[in-house]
Design a protein around this ligand. Structure first.
Ligand code: NAD
Ligand code: MLT
Length: 530
């Protein structure tokens, strides 16, 4: 089979490249020009970037084979995730691989700006031994204001608590429990935080809400001599406002790793001796880069094999443990989705999905997406995946309703029940996992069964009377079809019944025609394939 191709447009660790090369054809084109990238992107199944390559509609449109964009790092503000979703492209990042390094870089910027370390080092190296201009401040006993108490913000809090600082934080989107866990006093607003802080450090994503959030108005409320650190994203602290603050002396020092425009050359903030600047080095440690490189390589390989990868940005976030628990249920939901268009050819207007039992307390959105992927696959072939399945279903006018029940009312502990409404008709099914955690259909249109959704399954309606099932099984054998499992079900004795038969191989069309003519068989048997 032809190997898939990936282009890597920025530097990632050798370990990641080695892993990629074991499975894919790799073009490592660190620093490729925009024009060249636009020219050749249509040759690749995957693209791996860091924070410089702009992955926008212009690029995505030309990447006609692209299936996955891997962000070797955390922030995805250089990637238009919505556009990728529209084009069915998976966006994956490595959010946990460089958090320690970014937190340590924050502390380093904080210490070196408070102690004038970089400035003193430059002066000494230029031949002057002088201590007087460099007198700094201790962190001990000071108040640090953390904006954004997520992965990195919370690690910074833990470390600064060890310095005996008072830690206050502003993050409207997280629980009180998280503030307590990281020893941070909750502040209700940025205004409240800035008034109390001796040092402020930002750790939010950069987006419309956070761009320039620390601006002239906010800084005007700060204590005189406030110190500012930004190791998150350029622009969260407005550079023009910081410049003004440094000029007026309101801001005593700044530690910056990120800039509004990167690469940052001749940034006016570089003129200040009390500003410590690094060129976006937060994640640049051997340890983080090894983790990031290997992690993104693993995810891109997995994504190209089809299926779910752990850190997909345009899918609900699942922690490793939850994903492992839900994985067989995702397969179940997908296989249940697969059934409809194999049996019916009518457009769907509405789908109702109920999750019952302990699964319902999990992130069930991923199960719904799995179901929709399975549902649309027979009609949309390659175009549908976990990323765009919901969008594709909604585009086709399918309304999706979900509900949850803490306890299943049926005899199965966990149950996924689905009702599909087409114009005038309805299909109902329910599924669970077998003891071996295989996908099991337990109900279809009111008939109870226990049929494994694997390989080929024949659905046959028959009259409920003697000498129907035996001859049918014999006929299958005569046609060279081996039965792997069989379930029969009925509503009322003597009326219509149903057989669900797992068979080992495909049953050809002409065989189905012959089976239909057997005594007591009602209609043409239908063959499902999973
Ligand atoms: P995260 O998603 O774990 O945490 C972000 C936190 O910000 C969340 O808790 C969120 O609730 C909070 N937040 C969002 N909007 C907010 C607002 N308006 N006000 C206050 N809080 C808000 O992210 P993370 O992994 O901790 O990363 C933080 C930042 O660091 C990101 O911008 C990321 O891109 C950046 N980063 C930089 C480097 C580097 O090399 N300098 C390395 C890694 C990450
Ligand atoms: C990140 O978001 O992970 C950082 O900006 C680090 C990087 O891309 O090198």
């Amino acid at each position: 089979m032809e190997r898939k191709k990936v282009i890597v447009t920025e530097n990632i660790a050798e370990e990641g490249l080695i892993l990629l090369k074991s499975e894919l054809d790799v073009d490592f084109r660190d620093g490729i020009s925009r024009e060249d990238l636009l020219e050749i992107i249509d040759q690749y199944d995957a693209l791996i970037v860091r924070s410089v390559t702009k992955v926008n509609e212009e690029l995505i449109k030309r990447g006609t084979k692209l299936k996955v964009v891997g962000r070797a790092g955390n922030g995805v503000d250089n990637i238009d995730v919505d556009v990728c979703t529209r084009y069915g492209i998976i966006v994956a990042n490595t959010p946990d691989s460089n958090t320690i390094s970014a937190a340590e870089q924050t502390i380093s910027l904080m210490l070196s700006s408070a102690r004038n370390t970089a400035w003193a080092s430059d002066v000494l190296k230029s031949g002057t031994w002088d201590r007087s201009p460099f007198r700094g401040s201790e962190l001990y006993g000071k108040t640090v204001g953390i904006v954004g108490l997520g992965r990195i913000g919370s690690m910074v809090a833990t470390r600064l608590n060890a310095f005996n600082m008072k830690v206050i934080a502003y993050d409207p989107y997280i629980s009180d429990e998280r503030f307590e866990r990281y020893g941070a006093e909750r502040k209700a607003s940025l205004e409240e935080l800035i008034q109390e802080a001796d040092i402020i450090t930002v750790h939010t994503p950069r987006n419309e809400e956070t761009m320039h959030m620390v601006n002239e108005n906010i800084l005007s409320l700060a204590k005189d001599g406030v110190r500012v650190v930004n190791c998150a994203r350029g622009g969260i602290v407005k550079e023009a406002a910081l410049l003004q603050g440094l000029e007026s002396g309101k801001v005593a020092s700044a530690g910056l790793d990120v800039y509004e425009k990167e690469p940052a050359i001749n940034n006016p903030l570089f003129q200040f001796s009390n500003v410590v600047c690094t060129p976006h080095l937060g994640a640049d440690t051997f340890e983080a880069q090894k983790r990031v490189g290997e992690n993104i390589a693993e995810q891109v390989i997995k994504a190209l094999e089809g299926g779910i990868v752990p850190n997909v940005v345009n899918l609900p976030t699942l922690l490793g443990e939850e994903l492992n628990y839900l994985r067989p249920y995702i397969t179940l939901a997908e296989k249940m989705g697969n059934i409809y268009y194999q049996l019916a050819k009518t457009a769907i207007s509405r789908v109702e999905i109920t999750y019952s039992g302990p699964i319902s307390i999990n992130e069930t959105e991923i199960l719904t997406i799995g179901f929709l992927k399975g549902l649309l696959e027979p009609v949309l072939w390659e175009k549908v995946n976990y990323v765009n399945a919901r969008l594709m279903a909604e585009d086709r006018g399918i309304k999706i309703y979900e509900s949850k029940e803490e306890k299943s009312t049926k005899r199965y502990k966990n149950l996924i029940s689905i009702k599909i409404f087409n114009h005038g008709n309805e299909m109902e099914m329910a599924g669970t996992l077998s003891r071996a955690r295989d996908p099991l259909l337990v109900e279809i249109n009111g008939y109870e069964t226990e049929t494994t959704l694997e390989g080929y399954v024949l659905i046959v309606e028959n009259e409920d009377r003697p000498r129907i099932i035996g001859p049918f099984a014999t006929a299958l054998g005569d046609e060279g079809v081996n039965i792997a499992g069989m379930k029969v079900a009925r509503f009322n004795k003597g009326e219509k019944a149903i057989m669900l038969v797992n068979v080992d191989n495909k049953v050809e069309e002409e065989v189905l025609d012959r089976l239909m003519k057997l005594d007591g068989i009602l209609g043409r048997p239908r063959l499902l394939h999973f």
